[in-house]
Design a protein around this ligand. Structure first.
Ligand SMILES: Nc1ncnc2c1ncn2[C@@H]1O[C@H](COP(=O)(O)OP(=O)(O)O)[C@@H](O)[C@H]1O
Ligand SMILES: [Mg+2]
Length: 438
């Protein structure tokens, strides 16, 4: 991408309304634009990051055996009346009236609808276990939308729903998501800690929130220090095996959000030097709720003995748009964002220090063409801005590498490569730069 033809609306001033660093940086670096309270347009580099996060989530869900579908944003209220949630959900639900005086709603979550899909087609336990997920916009009319995409009203969520014949099956399905979540977040450069949590309007009696520790987080959390550096399962983990031992290795250590925190247990189970009391950002939550939806909606299957039983369900959410903010909270410095490579908008910034200088232009064009041909995502800064302004822009937007090309280096046949995270700079020949980054 040539920056001279791109759309990168960065801001010089720090927007006054933004209270936390990720929100400030998302506005300054031109990732999002607020269109209404808690409702954002995604601008080009923000959209690129969002798509990369979405893709990592998709890959890890698929690896764990979940199957992608796409349900609509608008849902008929009839389904929600079947489960009793139409009245129970409260003012966070956006209720709409259409021209036929019907009352659809903008979905805040999809348990009811996915159960309707399930019961329409599945009759036998042989189709189980089944896990269906989608990545779709949600609307919750939050009373206090704030911190940019962290607590929006319209936000992108991955939500998965598991169906099993019995409790034991449901536990296995829950464990698969537990492991898939740890993997997905790690691939985005995040350390997350699963913590026991309240189930809220989803219902049920087993739940974990996946928490990223950060001072600006909205949740107060308590956990055992050893949970901070536990290894996450490899790509080769067998999701069909029993993951219980792995899950228990973590769940035996204390970790809870304030809603379910038990101070006496925390103090008796965790030695003083291992007690972590901190703020955290909830990037995902998993729930086991059993027959809460299958009973009222009559989602039943015939078991091996031919008898019909209501299925055992769970649901599993990831805040895809919130993750953009959470990753920035975890990875930035004074100058701007520092993207972990897997979610960076571009693999590298190619910075032309003297646009119009024939040798510099030729070197940049050559690198740009070859790196692009090697399928690298390159943001080529071919603008007329002064070097200082260019450095500030590329530090702000945070691509993992900057390849800096100017007449002085080219006299010696070299360019400079700067690592955004460490600030380390290295002089390389043009050819070495190509080999390194192609
Ligand atoms: N208002 C919101 N804005 C952005 N992301 C949200 C919002 N509400 C929830 N999420 C994300 O979606 C995930 C699943 O939501 P869920 O746990 O059902 O909601 P809640 O945390 O409000 O009970 C959360 O872990 C969070 O990452
Ligand atoms: Mg939650």
């Amino acid at each position: 991408m040539r920056l001279s033809r791109y759309f990168l609306p960065t801001l010089k001033e720090t927007p006054a309304e933004a209270q936390i660093v990720s929100h400030r940086l998302m506005l300054r670096a031109g990732l999002i634009r607020q269109e209404a309270a808690g409702i954002y347009a995604w601008l080009p580099i923000g959209f690129r990051v969002l798509k990369k996060i979405e893709q990592i989530v998709r890959e890890e869900m698929n690896r764990a055996g979940a199957i992608e579908i796409l349900m609509p944003t608008l849902q008929p209220s009839e389904l929600w009346k079947e489960t009793g949630r139409y009245d129970a959900y409260g003012p966070e639900m956006l209720r709409i009236t259409d021209r036929h005086e019907r009352e659809p709603l903008y979905g805040p979550t999809n348990e009811d609808m996915v159960t309707e899909i399930f019961r329409a087609y599945v009759r036998s336990y042989r189709a189980l276990p089944l896990n269906l997920y989608h990545i779709q916009w949600k609307f919750r009319d939050e009373i206090r939308p704030r911190f940019g995409v962290m607590r929006g009203r319209e936000f992108l969520m991955k939500d998965a729903y598991s169906f099993d014949l019995d409790k034991e099956g449901a536990r296995r399905s829950y464990n698969k998501m537990y492991v898939a979540y740890l993997r997905a977040f790690q691939r985005m450069g995040l350390t997350t800690i699963p913590m026991r949590a309240e189930t809220g309007p989803i219902g049920g009696d087993l739940s974990h929130e996946f928490i990223v520790l950060a001072d600006t987080g909205e949740s107060q959390v308590f956990c055992h220090k050893d949970l901070l550096d536990m290894p996450v399962p490899e790509e080769t983990v067998d999701f069909d095996s029993d993951l219980e031992a792995f899950v228990q290795q973590r769940t035996r250590l204390y970790a809870a959000t304030s809603d379910v925190h038990d101070a006496a247990r925390f103090e008796s189970e965790v030695p003083e030097d291992k007690r972590v009391t901190a703020r955290g950002i909830e990037v995902g939550q998993i729930f086991y709720f059993g027959t809460k939806y299958s009973v009222p909606m009559k989602a039943v299957v015939a078991g091996p003995d031919g008898k019909e039983v209501p299925i055992e369900g769970g649901s599993y959410g990831i805040g895809v748009s919130r993750l953009v903010g959470a990753i920035i909270e975890a990875s930035h410095d004074e100058a701007g964002i520092i993207w972990p490579s897997p979610v960076a908008p571009f693999d590298l910034s190619l910075i032309n220090l003297k646009k119009g200088d024939a040798k510099t232009d030729a070197a940049c064009e050559g690198l740009y063409a070859k790196l692009t041909a090697a399928r690298k995502d390159v943001l080529y800064d071919d603008t007329d801005d002064r070097p200082g302004a260019k450095f500030a822009t590329h530090d702000l937007i945070g691509n993992p590498w900057q390849v800096i090309v100017g007449p002085r280096g080219l006299e010696k046949g070299t360019v400079e490569a700067k690592n955004r995270a460490t600030g380390a700079r290295e002089e390389l020949s043009l050819e070495a730069a190509l080999n390194r980054f192609a």
